[in-house]
Design a protein around this ligand. Structure first.
Ligand code: ATP
Length: 223
């Protein structure tokens, strides 16, 4: 059987229980061999606020995944001389990990990202060439979007609705599809965490304790 590699991109400022629950659920339900977490250089749509340095975001990811043997961090976007778009990152990861198509790559994104994916540079290339795993996110449960109604008919035809905690079949996994999943529902966002820190509230329910300690130690999000 071909290896399967998940790719989970994000700002991870900071990584939180929502990311980690999605990562574990996707590894298990898609029988992935590994999941690469890819912290982004500053993503274009988030230029409005100051983002923690790459080093802090990387360190928090490394701490949060230290006991997760199948999760590894890729610095491919942090190392890139120019800020890469997701479709470029996927092509680079394909070349690095499976140049002869020995493995299939699956890009993981939350429902909020899926909703706005048509704004991403060359999103059709991304959605056509790789498996896509969309994770439900509390507050973003619009049925039309979950069915891909915002996409072209050709892309809509690739959507496989696995909501109701269904697992994909081997046949479905063999060719690129857009899998819409709802394995976990964790109502946490990095924005809410940063706001809680600023308001001097506890973030212990939102992040593993090692991340709460790190945020305190380095006084992150305290403007
Ligand atoms: P921010 O609040 O700063 O926008 P975020 O919490 O959305 O951050 P990101 O690093 O931007 O975190 O997210 C990376 C990816 O993880 C995105 O595709 C996002 O949709 C997804 N994601 C984040 N939190 C959740 C969650 N609680 N459930 C499901 N998906 C999530």
């Amino acid at each position: 059987m071909k290896r399967r590699i998940g790719v989970y991109g994000g700002t991870f400022d900071p990584v939180h229980r929502g990311h980690l629950s999605v990562a574990r659920a996707v590894l298990e339900n898609f029988s992935l061999n590994e999941l690469l977490l890819v912290p982004a250089f500053v993503p274009p749509h988030k230029r409005g606020r100051e983002i923690s340095s790459s080093h802090h975001r990387y360190a928090m990811l490394a701490l949060a995944t230290r006991y997760e043997p199948q999760m590894r961090i890729s610095t491919i976007e942090l190392d890139a001389p120019a800020r890469p778009y997701t479709f470029e990152t996927m092509a680079s990861l394909q070349a690095a990990h499976a140049p002869h198509a020995e493995a299939d790559l699956f890009f993981v994104m939350g429902m909020d990202s899926f909703r706005e994916v048509t704004l991403w540079r060359e999103y059709e290339t991304l959605l056509m060439n790789y498996g896509i795993i969309v994770a439900a996110r509390p507050g973003n449960d619009n049925d039309e979007e979950a069915r891909g109604k915002h996409l072209s008919p050709a892309l809509q035809a690739r959507v496989i609705d696995l909501r109701g905690a269904q697992r994909p079949t081997e046949e479905q996994l063999a060719t690129p599809h857009i899998f819409v999943t709802d394995y976990v529902a964790v109502d946490v966002s990095a924005t809410a965490i940063r706001a809680a820190v600023e308001a001097e509230q506890s973030i212990d329910n939102f992040v593993p304790s090692v991340i709460a300690e790190y945020v305190r130690k380095y006084a992150l999000y305290r403007d």
